[in-house]
Design a protein around this ligand. Structure first.
Ligand SMILES: Nc1ncnc2c1ncn2[C@@H]1O[C@H](COP(=O)(O)OP(=O)(O)OP(=O)(O)O)[C@@H](O)[C@H]1O
Ligand SMILES: [Mg+2]
Length: 162
């Protein structure tokens, strides 16, 4: 069975923000999301818009140096990770993250925490294309696959322009 996937073009930062709002509106009660993409692809921009849409007030900092930032959200806690600077997956233990406790995981550079992260529901792939970004969503679990189908009905996201 092929994984449900969705591709879109995000012409500007506002489109990435709209994606964050759409993902917040459609997310299941518990979700693990891996954010893939090179430096500057828009992962933190997306996470910030998503957390804002979930009602997080105050500053939303990129966890570039702290590795993790945590926020109360409806239904529990969101953890936003950026593993770019992690020494190895073993260091994740020291962050004291409770796998079962978090309602939402947003993980930048998940490949650097391989083996020490909870199983992924939704994979988000961002890539630079011209002045904008391309988006690919992949449903990786049963819940993630249902989620991608819900995202297909979010019409404020533009189709991927070839
Ligand atoms: N769809 C888009 N089109 C054009 N620019 C965008 C788009 N989405 C985000 N950006 C811009 O890209 C820049 C880098 O974004 P961001 O910091 O979110 O990247 P990142 O993937 O988190 O990088 P890093 O791996 O360094 O953490 C920001 O200036 C942001 O405004
Ligand atoms: Mg970032």
């Amino acid at each position: 069975m092929s994984r449900p996937s969705l591709e879109r073009f995000l012409p500007d930062t506002e489109a990435t923000d709209a994606l964050g709002r759409a993902l917040a509106a459609t997310q299941p009660p518990q979700a693990v999301v891996y954010l893939h993409g090179d430096l500057g692809a828009g992962k933190s921009t997306l996470a910030r818009a998503w957390l804002r849409a979930l009602g997080v007030g105050g500053p939303i900092r990129s966890p570039t140096y702290t590795l993790v930032e945590r926020y109360p959200i409806p239904g529990g806690e969101a953890v936003h990770l950026d593993l770019y600077r992690i020494g190895g997956a073993g260091e994740l233990e020291f962050l004291g993250l409770d796998e079962a406790g978090a309602a939402l995981w947003l993980v930048e550079w998940p490949e650097r925490g391989a083996g020490a992260l909870p199983a992924v529901d939704l994979q988000v792939e961002l890539a630079v294309r011209g002045a904008g970004r391309t988006l690919r969503l992949l449903g990786m679990s049963a819940a993630g696959q249902e989620w991608v189908k819900r995202m297909e009905n979010q019409d404020d996201l533009r189709p991927l322009a070839e």
